[in-house]
Design a protein around this ligand. Structure first.
Ligand SMILES: Nc1ncnc2c1ncn2[C@@H]1O[C@H](COP(=O)(O)OP(=O)(O)OP(=O)(O)O)[C@@H](O)[C@H]1O
Ligand SMILES: [Mg+2]
Length: 420
Protein backbone atom coordinates (compact mmCIF):
# COMPACT_ATOMS: atom_id res chain seq x y z
CA UNK A 1 0.00 0.00 0.00
CA UNK A 2 1.06 3.51 -0.59
CA UNK A 3 -0.31 6.72 0.83
CA UNK A 4 -1.85 8.76 -1.96
CA UNK A 5 -1.45 11.22 -3.51
CA UNK A 6 2.30 11.37 -2.85
CA UNK A 7 4.23 10.30 -5.97
CA UNK A 8 6.06 7.03 -5.54
CA UNK A 9 9.33 6.55 -7.39
CA UNK A 10 10.29 3.13 -8.74
CA UNK A 11 7.06 1.59 -7.67
CA UNK A 12 4.49 -0.61 -9.36
CA UNK A 13 1.89 1.53 -11.14
CA UNK A 14 -0.99 2.36 -8.87
CA UNK A 15 -4.03 0.49 -10.16
CA UNK A 16 -6.48 1.22 -7.39
CA UNK A 17 -7.00 3.25 -4.30
CA UNK A 18 -8.85 2.81 -1.03
CA UNK A 19 -10.72 5.80 0.32
CA UNK A 20 -11.57 5.79 4.03
CA UNK A 21 -11.44 7.76 7.26
CA UNK A 22 -8.61 5.55 8.50
CA UNK A 23 -7.62 2.50 6.49
CA UNK A 24 -6.13 0.91 9.64
CA UNK A 25 -9.73 0.25 10.70
CA UNK A 26 -9.99 -2.08 7.72
CA UNK A 27 -6.96 -4.30 8.19
CA UNK A 28 -8.55 -7.23 6.37
CA UNK A 29 -9.13 -4.98 3.37
CA UNK A 30 -5.44 -4.05 3.44
CA UNK A 31 -4.58 -7.75 3.38
CA UNK A 32 -6.91 -8.44 0.46
CA UNK A 33 -5.71 -5.41 -1.51
CA UNK A 34 -2.13 -6.56 -1.06
CA UNK A 35 -3.01 -10.08 -2.10
CA UNK A 36 -4.73 -8.82 -5.25
CA UNK A 37 -2.59 -5.85 -6.24
CA UNK A 38 0.72 -6.17 -4.37
CA UNK A 39 2.11 -2.66 -4.06
CA UNK A 40 -0.03 -1.41 -6.89
CA UNK A 41 -2.56 0.42 -4.76
CA UNK A 42 -2.78 3.52 -2.65
CA UNK A 43 -4.78 4.86 0.23
CA UNK A 44 -6.39 8.21 0.60
CA UNK A 45 -8.38 9.89 3.36
CA UNK A 46 -11.92 11.12 2.78
CA UNK A 47 -10.78 14.71 3.24
CA UNK A 48 -8.18 14.45 0.45
CA UNK A 49 -10.35 12.51 -1.97
CA UNK A 50 -12.10 15.41 -3.78
CA UNK A 51 -8.79 17.05 -4.73
CA UNK A 52 -7.19 13.78 -5.64
CA UNK A 53 -10.06 12.75 -7.91
CA UNK A 54 -9.59 15.95 -9.90
CA UNK A 55 -5.95 15.11 -10.60
CA UNK A 56 -4.95 13.47 -13.89
CA UNK A 57 -3.33 10.42 -12.25
CA UNK A 58 -6.68 9.49 -10.74
CA UNK A 59 -7.95 8.78 -14.29
CA UNK A 60 -5.59 5.83 -14.60
CA UNK A 61 -7.04 3.94 -11.66
CA UNK A 62 -8.99 0.78 -12.35
CA UNK A 63 -11.23 1.40 -9.36
CA UNK A 64 -11.51 2.97 -5.95
CA UNK A 65 -12.65 1.04 -2.88
CA UNK A 66 -14.58 3.33 -0.55
CA UNK A 67 -14.45 1.76 2.92
CA UNK A 68 -17.24 3.00 5.16
CA UNK A 69 -18.24 1.94 8.67
CA UNK A 70 -21.15 2.81 10.91
CA UNK A 71 -18.98 5.48 12.54
CA UNK A 72 -18.94 7.31 9.18
CA UNK A 73 -22.69 7.55 8.83
CA UNK A 74 -22.77 11.12 10.11
CA UNK A 75 -20.67 12.07 7.06
CA UNK A 76 -22.45 9.90 4.56
CA UNK A 77 -23.48 12.87 2.40
CA UNK A 78 -19.83 13.91 1.88
CA UNK A 79 -18.80 10.34 1.21
CA UNK A 80 -21.62 10.19 -1.31
CA UNK A 81 -20.13 13.24 -3.00
CA UNK A 82 -16.82 11.39 -3.34
CA UNK A 83 -18.61 8.45 -4.92
CA UNK A 84 -20.46 10.81 -7.24
CA UNK A 85 -17.24 12.61 -8.25
CA UNK A 86 -15.48 9.31 -8.97
CA UNK A 87 -18.41 8.17 -11.10
CA UNK A 88 -18.39 11.41 -13.05
CA UNK A 89 -14.72 10.78 -13.78
CA UNK A 90 -15.74 7.35 -15.04
CA UNK A 91 -13.98 5.52 -12.24
CA UNK A 92 -15.37 2.24 -10.93
CA UNK A 93 -16.40 2.43 -7.30
CA UNK A 94 -16.57 -0.50 -4.90
CA UNK A 95 -18.15 0.24 -1.52
CA UNK A 96 -16.78 -1.78 1.41
CA UNK A 97 -19.52 -1.63 4.01
CA UNK A 98 -18.95 -2.34 7.68
CA UNK A 99 -22.15 -2.45 9.74
CA UNK A 100 -23.52 0.24 7.50
CA UNK A 101 -27.26 0.85 7.70
CA UNK A 102 -29.20 -0.04 4.58
CA UNK A 103 -30.20 3.59 4.16
CA UNK A 104 -26.59 4.81 4.17
CA UNK A 105 -25.55 2.07 1.78
CA UNK A 106 -28.47 2.86 -0.47
CA UNK A 107 -27.38 6.49 -0.55
CA UNK A 108 -23.90 5.54 -1.75
CA UNK A 109 -25.23 3.16 -4.36
CA UNK A 110 -27.54 5.82 -5.72
CA UNK A 111 -24.58 8.11 -6.14
CA UNK A 112 -23.35 5.65 -8.73
CA UNK A 113 -21.20 3.06 -6.92
CA UNK A 114 -20.78 -0.01 -9.11
CA UNK A 115 -20.86 -2.64 -6.41
CA UNK A 116 -20.67 -3.22 -2.68
CA UNK A 117 -19.26 -5.94 -0.45
CA UNK A 118 -19.70 -6.31 3.28
CA UNK A 119 -16.73 -6.01 5.62
CA UNK A 120 -15.12 -8.32 6.69
CA UNK A 121 -14.98 -9.29 3.05
CA UNK A 122 -16.33 -12.72 2.12
CA UNK A 123 -13.61 -14.92 0.68
CA UNK A 124 -12.83 -14.04 -2.91
CA UNK A 125 -15.22 -11.05 -2.95
CA UNK A 126 -12.55 -8.47 -3.76
CA UNK A 127 -11.06 -10.71 -6.42
CA UNK A 128 -14.47 -11.16 -8.06
CA UNK A 129 -15.18 -7.45 -7.97
CA UNK A 130 -11.84 -6.66 -9.60
CA UNK A 131 -12.54 -9.23 -12.28
CA UNK A 132 -15.91 -7.67 -12.97
CA UNK A 133 -14.37 -4.23 -13.17
CA UNK A 134 -11.97 -5.59 -15.77
CA UNK A 135 -14.87 -6.27 -18.09
CA UNK A 136 -16.44 -3.60 -20.24
CA UNK A 137 -19.23 -1.72 -18.59
CA UNK A 138 -21.62 -1.87 -21.49
CA UNK A 139 -24.80 -3.88 -21.37
CA UNK A 140 -25.22 -6.86 -23.69
CA UNK A 141 -26.27 -5.68 -27.15
CA UNK A 142 -29.98 -5.26 -27.44
CA UNK A 143 -32.00 -5.91 -30.57
CA UNK A 144 -33.35 -2.84 -32.32
CA UNK A 145 -36.11 -1.11 -30.42
CA UNK A 146 -39.69 -1.80 -31.41
CA UNK A 147 -42.46 0.68 -30.83
CA UNK A 148 -43.65 0.35 -27.26
CA UNK A 149 -46.91 -1.56 -26.82
CA UNK A 150 -49.77 -0.32 -24.75
CA UNK A 151 -48.38 -0.03 -21.24
CA UNK A 152 -49.00 -3.42 -19.64
CA UNK A 153 -48.64 -1.96 -16.17
CA UNK A 154 -51.42 0.53 -16.81
CA UNK A 155 -53.06 2.14 -13.79
CA UNK A 156 -50.82 4.74 -12.17
CA UNK A 157 -48.48 3.60 -9.43
CA UNK A 158 -47.95 5.56 -6.29
CA UNK A 159 -44.52 7.22 -6.44
CA UNK A 160 -42.37 8.85 -3.84
CA UNK A 161 -38.78 9.22 -4.93
CA UNK A 162 -37.43 6.82 -2.31
CA UNK A 163 -37.59 3.05 -2.24
CA UNK A 164 -37.68 0.26 -4.78
CA UNK A 165 -40.49 -1.20 -6.77
CA UNK A 166 -41.77 -4.56 -5.45
CA UNK A 167 -42.76 -7.00 -8.19
CA UNK A 168 -43.81 -10.47 -7.02
CA UNK A 169 -44.45 -13.21 -9.57
CA UNK A 170 -46.74 -16.12 -8.84
CA UNK A 171 -47.73 -19.08 -10.94
CA UNK A 172 -51.42 -19.90 -10.65
CA UNK A 173 -50.59 -23.54 -11.36
CA UNK A 174 -47.43 -25.62 -11.29
CA UNK A 175 -44.98 -25.18 -14.15
CA UNK A 176 -46.70 -22.23 -15.83
CA UNK A 177 -43.42 -20.38 -16.20
CA UNK A 178 -43.36 -18.10 -13.13
CA UNK A 179 -39.67 -18.64 -12.33
CA UNK A 180 -38.64 -18.26 -15.96
CA UNK A 181 -40.53 -14.98 -16.07
CA UNK A 182 -39.09 -13.78 -12.73
CA UNK A 183 -35.48 -14.57 -13.61
CA UNK A 184 -35.68 -12.99 -17.03
CA UNK A 185 -37.59 -9.97 -15.75
CA UNK A 186 -34.78 -9.38 -13.23
CA UNK A 187 -32.23 -9.63 -16.04
CA UNK A 188 -34.07 -7.29 -18.40
CA UNK A 189 -34.70 -4.78 -15.62
CA UNK A 190 -31.00 -4.81 -14.79
CA UNK A 191 -30.06 -4.22 -18.43
CA UNK A 192 -32.51 -1.34 -18.68
CA UNK A 193 -31.59 0.03 -15.26
CA UNK A 194 -27.92 0.41 -16.14
CA UNK A 195 -28.76 3.65 -17.90
CA UNK A 196 -29.93 5.07 -14.59
CA UNK A 197 -27.50 3.14 -12.36
CA UNK A 198 -30.57 1.37 -10.96
CA UNK A 199 -30.11 -1.88 -9.11
CA UNK A 200 -32.14 -5.04 -9.22
CA UNK A 201 -32.61 -7.85 -6.75
CA UNK A 202 -34.40 -11.17 -7.18
CA UNK A 203 -35.72 -12.83 -4.01
CA UNK A 204 -36.59 -16.48 -4.50
CA UNK A 205 -39.23 -16.97 -1.83
CA UNK A 206 -40.35 -20.28 -3.26
CA UNK A 207 -38.53 -21.60 -0.22
CA UNK A 208 -39.02 -25.28 -0.94
CA UNK A 209 -38.67 -25.69 -4.67
CA UNK A 210 -37.36 -22.35 -5.83
CA UNK A 211 -35.49 -22.73 -9.08
CA UNK A 212 -33.78 -19.34 -9.48
CA UNK A 213 -30.50 -20.95 -8.32
CA UNK A 214 -30.84 -23.58 -11.04
CA UNK A 215 -31.91 -21.16 -13.75
CA UNK A 216 -28.97 -18.90 -12.94
CA UNK A 217 -26.47 -21.63 -12.07
CA UNK A 218 -25.81 -20.22 -8.62
CA UNK A 219 -24.93 -22.25 -5.52
CA UNK A 220 -27.43 -22.35 -2.65
CA UNK A 221 -25.53 -20.69 0.15
CA UNK A 222 -25.81 -21.63 3.82
CA UNK A 223 -26.10 -17.93 4.59
CA UNK A 224 -29.63 -18.01 3.10
CA UNK A 225 -30.85 -20.39 5.80
CA UNK A 226 -29.13 -18.29 8.48
CA UNK A 227 -30.84 -15.22 7.11
CA UNK A 228 -34.31 -16.76 6.86
CA UNK A 229 -34.15 -18.28 10.31
CA UNK A 230 -33.11 -15.00 11.92
CA UNK A 231 -34.78 -12.24 9.93
CA UNK A 232 -35.81 -10.36 13.06
CA UNK A 233 -32.13 -9.87 13.91
CA UNK A 234 -31.02 -9.25 10.31
CA UNK A 235 -28.84 -6.25 9.58
CA UNK A 236 -27.60 -4.87 6.29
CA UNK A 237 -24.45 -7.00 6.39
CA UNK A 238 -26.37 -10.23 7.02
CA UNK A 239 -28.65 -9.45 4.11
CA UNK A 240 -25.76 -8.71 1.76
CA UNK A 241 -23.88 -11.84 2.84
CA UNK A 242 -26.82 -13.98 1.81
CA UNK A 243 -27.11 -12.41 -1.67
CA UNK A 244 -25.17 -13.48 -4.72
CA UNK A 245 -24.49 -11.58 -7.88
CA UNK A 246 -25.60 -12.98 -11.20
CA UNK A 247 -22.98 -11.90 -13.75
CA UNK A 248 -22.56 -8.20 -13.34
CA UNK A 249 -26.28 -7.75 -13.59
CA UNK A 250 -28.41 -8.30 -10.51
CA UNK A 251 -28.39 -9.68 -6.99
CA UNK A 252 -30.15 -12.88 -6.04
CA UNK A 253 -31.37 -14.40 -2.80
CA UNK A 254 -31.69 -18.03 -3.84
CA UNK A 255 -33.95 -20.50 -2.06
CA UNK A 256 -32.09 -22.36 0.71
CA UNK A 257 -30.20 -25.57 0.06
CA UNK A 258 -32.58 -27.72 2.12
CA UNK A 259 -36.32 -27.95 1.79
CA UNK A 260 -37.77 -25.88 4.62
CA UNK A 261 -41.33 -25.49 5.83
CA UNK A 262 -42.88 -22.44 4.17
CA UNK A 263 -43.83 -21.31 7.68
CA UNK A 264 -40.19 -20.73 8.62
CA UNK A 265 -41.05 -17.13 7.91
CA UNK A 266 -44.20 -15.26 8.80
CA UNK A 267 -45.72 -11.97 7.66
CA UNK A 268 -43.52 -9.87 9.98
CA UNK A 269 -40.31 -11.45 8.74
CA UNK A 270 -41.38 -11.06 5.14
CA UNK A 271 -42.21 -7.40 5.69
CA UNK A 272 -38.75 -6.87 7.20
CA UNK A 273 -37.05 -8.69 4.35
CA UNK A 274 -38.88 -6.75 1.66
CA UNK A 275 -38.24 -3.44 3.42
CA UNK A 276 -34.55 -4.27 3.58
CA UNK A 277 -34.46 -5.16 -0.12
CA UNK A 278 -36.41 -2.04 -1.09
CA UNK A 279 -34.02 0.14 0.83
CA UNK A 280 -31.12 -1.01 -1.34
CA UNK A 281 -32.55 -1.85 -4.73
CA UNK A 282 -34.66 0.05 -7.21
CA UNK A 283 -36.39 -3.16 -8.30
CA UNK A 284 -37.23 -6.14 -6.11
CA UNK A 285 -38.54 -9.09 -8.12
CA UNK A 286 -39.95 -11.91 -5.97
CA UNK A 287 -40.49 -15.48 -7.13
CA UNK A 288 -43.41 -16.65 -4.98
CA UNK A 289 -44.42 -20.21 -4.10
CA UNK A 290 -47.45 -21.27 -6.07
CA UNK A 291 -49.39 -22.12 -2.90
CA UNK A 292 -50.92 -19.32 -0.88
CA UNK A 293 -49.20 -19.11 2.50
CA UNK A 294 -49.75 -17.04 5.62
CA UNK A 295 -47.35 -14.38 4.30
CA UNK A 296 -48.75 -14.12 0.76
CA UNK A 297 -51.00 -11.30 1.92
CA UNK A 298 -47.98 -9.43 3.32
CA UNK A 299 -46.22 -9.66 -0.05
CA UNK A 300 -49.34 -8.58 -1.89
CA UNK A 301 -49.70 -5.57 0.39
CA UNK A 302 -46.06 -4.61 -0.18
CA UNK A 303 -46.27 -5.08 -3.93
CA UNK A 304 -46.74 -2.44 -6.58
CA UNK A 305 -47.68 -4.93 -9.25
CA UNK A 306 -48.29 -8.61 -8.57
CA UNK A 307 -47.80 -10.74 -11.67
CA UNK A 308 -50.03 -13.80 -11.82
CA UNK A 309 -48.98 -16.25 -14.50
CA UNK A 310 -51.41 -18.64 -16.06
CA UNK A 311 -51.80 -20.82 -19.11
CA UNK A 312 -54.73 -21.43 -21.37
CA UNK A 313 -56.06 -24.48 -19.53
CA UNK A 314 -58.71 -25.42 -17.00
CA UNK A 315 -56.19 -25.73 -14.17
CA UNK A 316 -55.10 -22.13 -14.48
CA UNK A 317 -58.66 -20.90 -15.03
CA UNK A 318 -59.98 -22.65 -11.93
CA UNK A 319 -57.09 -21.50 -9.75
CA UNK A 320 -57.37 -17.93 -11.01
CA UNK A 321 -61.07 -17.99 -10.12
CA UNK A 322 -60.24 -19.18 -6.60
CA UNK A 323 -57.50 -16.62 -6.06
CA UNK A 324 -59.72 -13.78 -7.23
CA UNK A 325 -62.49 -14.98 -4.93
CA UNK A 326 -60.14 -15.05 -1.93
CA UNK A 327 -58.83 -11.57 -2.66
CA UNK A 328 -62.37 -10.24 -2.97
CA UNK A 329 -63.62 -11.88 0.20
CA UNK A 330 -60.60 -10.74 2.22
CA UNK A 331 -60.75 -7.22 0.82
CA UNK A 332 -57.21 -7.50 -0.53
CA UNK A 333 -55.88 -5.18 -3.26
CA UNK A 334 -56.99 -7.11 -6.33
CA UNK A 335 -56.16 -4.20 -8.62
CA UNK A 336 -52.46 -4.88 -8.20
CA UNK A 337 -52.74 -8.21 -9.97
CA UNK A 338 -51.43 -8.30 -13.53
CA UNK A 339 -52.38 -11.44 -15.35
CA UNK A 340 -49.78 -12.81 -17.73
CA UNK A 341 -50.74 -15.61 -20.08
CA UNK A 342 -47.76 -17.80 -20.79
CA UNK A 343 -47.56 -19.88 -23.95
CA UNK A 344 -50.13 -17.47 -25.31
CA UNK A 345 -51.59 -18.16 -28.77
CA UNK A 346 -49.99 -16.28 -31.65
CA UNK A 347 -51.77 -13.87 -34.02
CA UNK A 348 -52.61 -16.57 -36.51
CA UNK A 349 -54.06 -18.96 -33.94
CA UNK A 350 -57.62 -17.74 -34.18
CA UNK A 351 -59.19 -20.50 -32.12
CA UNK A 352 -56.54 -20.02 -29.43
CA UNK A 353 -57.25 -16.30 -29.36
CA UNK A 354 -60.96 -17.01 -29.07
CA UNK A 355 -60.29 -19.26 -26.07
CA UNK A 356 -58.10 -16.57 -24.55
CA UNK A 357 -60.90 -14.02 -24.86
CA UNK A 358 -63.40 -16.40 -23.32
CA UNK A 359 -61.03 -17.10 -20.44
CA UNK A 360 -60.57 -13.39 -19.75
CA UNK A 361 -64.33 -12.76 -20.01
CA UNK A 362 -65.29 -15.62 -17.77
CA UNK A 363 -62.87 -14.49 -15.09
CA UNK A 364 -63.65 -10.83 -15.69
CA UNK A 365 -59.96 -10.02 -15.95
CA UNK A 366 -57.74 -8.29 -18.40
CA UNK A 367 -54.83 -10.36 -19.64
CA UNK A 368 -52.34 -7.56 -20.05
CA UNK A 369 -49.30 -9.65 -20.85
CA UNK A 370 -49.08 -12.40 -23.42
CA UNK A 371 -45.92 -14.42 -23.34
CA UNK A 372 -45.25 -16.54 -26.41
CA UNK A 373 -44.16 -20.15 -26.29
CA UNK A 374 -40.55 -20.33 -27.34
CA UNK A 375 -40.10 -24.06 -27.11
CA UNK A 376 -36.76 -25.57 -26.34
CA UNK A 377 -34.82 -22.30 -26.36
CA UNK A 378 -36.32 -21.45 -22.98
CA UNK A 379 -35.72 -24.81 -21.36
CA UNK A 380 -32.21 -24.86 -22.76
CA UNK A 381 -31.42 -21.44 -21.28
CA UNK A 382 -32.69 -22.63 -17.89
CA UNK A 383 -30.73 -25.86 -18.06
CA UNK A 384 -27.58 -23.95 -18.89
CA UNK A 385 -28.14 -21.57 -16.01
CA UNK A 386 -28.42 -18.52 -18.23
CA UNK A 387 -31.01 -15.91 -19.06
CA UNK A 388 -32.66 -15.44 -22.44
CA UNK A 389 -30.77 -12.16 -22.94
CA UNK A 390 -27.61 -14.25 -23.11
CA UNK A 391 -28.74 -17.38 -24.91
CA UNK A 392 -31.74 -16.42 -27.02
CA UNK A 393 -31.68 -12.66 -27.31
CA UNK A 394 -34.06 -12.66 -30.26
CA UNK A 395 -36.63 -15.01 -28.75
CA UNK A 396 -40.09 -13.41 -28.77
CA UNK A 397 -40.52 -14.26 -25.08
CA UNK A 398 -37.41 -12.25 -24.27
CA UNK A 399 -38.70 -9.33 -26.30
CA UNK A 400 -41.98 -9.26 -24.40
CA UNK A 401 -40.23 -9.33 -21.04
CA UNK A 402 -37.82 -6.67 -22.21
CA UNK A 403 -40.63 -4.36 -23.23
CA UNK A 404 -42.26 -4.88 -19.86
CA UNK A 405 -38.94 -4.05 -18.17
CA UNK A 406 -38.77 -0.84 -20.16
CA UNK A 407 -42.21 0.25 -19.13
CA UNK A 408 -41.45 -0.60 -15.51
CA UNK A 409 -38.27 1.43 -15.74
CA UNK A 410 -40.31 4.60 -15.99
CA UNK A 411 -41.78 3.84 -12.61
CA UNK A 412 -38.58 2.60 -11.10
CA UNK A 413 -36.14 5.39 -11.89
CA UNK A 414 -37.61 7.68 -9.29
CA UNK A 415 -38.61 4.72 -7.13
CA UNK A 416 -41.94 4.17 -5.63
CA UNK A 417 -43.61 4.30 -2.27
CA UNK A 418 -44.88 0.94 -1.12
CA UNK A 419 -48.59 0.87 -0.78
CA UNK A 420 -48.10 -0.14 2.86
N1 LIG B 1 -42.80 -19.22 -22.79
C1 LIG B 1 -42.19 -20.40 -22.67
N2 LIG B 1 -41.80 -21.09 -23.78
C2 LIG B 1 -41.20 -22.29 -23.66
N3 LIG B 1 -40.92 -22.89 -22.50
C3 LIG B 1 -41.28 -22.26 -21.37
C4 LIG B 1 -41.91 -20.98 -21.39
N4 LIG B 1 -42.13 -20.60 -20.11
C5 LIG B 1 -41.64 -21.58 -19.33
N5 LIG B 1 -41.12 -22.60 -20.07
C6 LIG B 1 -40.54 -23.86 -19.58
O1 LIG B 1 -41.51 -24.45 -18.71
C7 LIG B 1 -40.89 -25.09 -17.62
C8 LIG B 1 -41.47 -24.59 -16.32
O2 LIG B 1 -41.12 -23.23 -16.17
P1 LIG B 1 -40.86 -22.55 -14.74
O3 LIG B 1 -39.95 -23.36 -13.90
O4 LIG B 1 -40.51 -21.15 -15.02
O5 LIG B 1 -42.33 -22.63 -14.15
P2 LIG B 1 -42.83 -22.35 -12.66
O6 LIG B 1 -44.22 -21.82 -12.79
O7 LIG B 1 -41.85 -21.53 -11.93
O8 LIG B 1 -42.83 -23.83 -12.07
P3 LIG B 1 -42.94 -24.31 -10.55
O9 LIG B 1 -44.40 -24.55 -10.34
O10 LIG B 1 -42.15 -25.58 -10.55
O11 LIG B 1 -42.36 -23.23 -9.70
C9 LIG B 1 -39.40 -24.84 -17.76
O12 LIG B 1 -38.81 -25.95 -18.38
C10 LIG B 1 -39.32 -23.64 -18.69
O13 LIG B 1 -38.13 -23.67 -19.46
MG1 LIG C 1 -40.97 -21.78 -10.07
Amino acid sequence: MTSMPAPIPDQAPIRACTVSRDIQNFDLLIKDMEAELGDGWGDIAFADAPDFLDRPEARDLEFIAVAVGDADEANIAEIGEIVGAATRHDLRVLVIAERLSPIALHQLMRKGADDFVPYPLPEGALHEAIERFGRPRTAPPLPPARPAPADPTRPGLPRSGRDGLVLPVQGLAGGVGASTFAVNLAMELSIEARKSAGRVCLLDLDLQFGSAATYLDLPRKDAVFDLLSGIAAMDGDGFLQALQRYRNAFHVLTAPADILPLGIVGPDEINTLIDMARSQFEFVVIDMPKTLVNWTEAVLNKSHLYFALLELDMRSAENARRVIRVLKSEGLPRERLRFALNRAPGFTDLSGRGRMRRLADSLDIDIGLRLPDCGKAVTKAGDHGQTLAETAARAPLRKEIRMLARSLQDFGTASVAAPQ
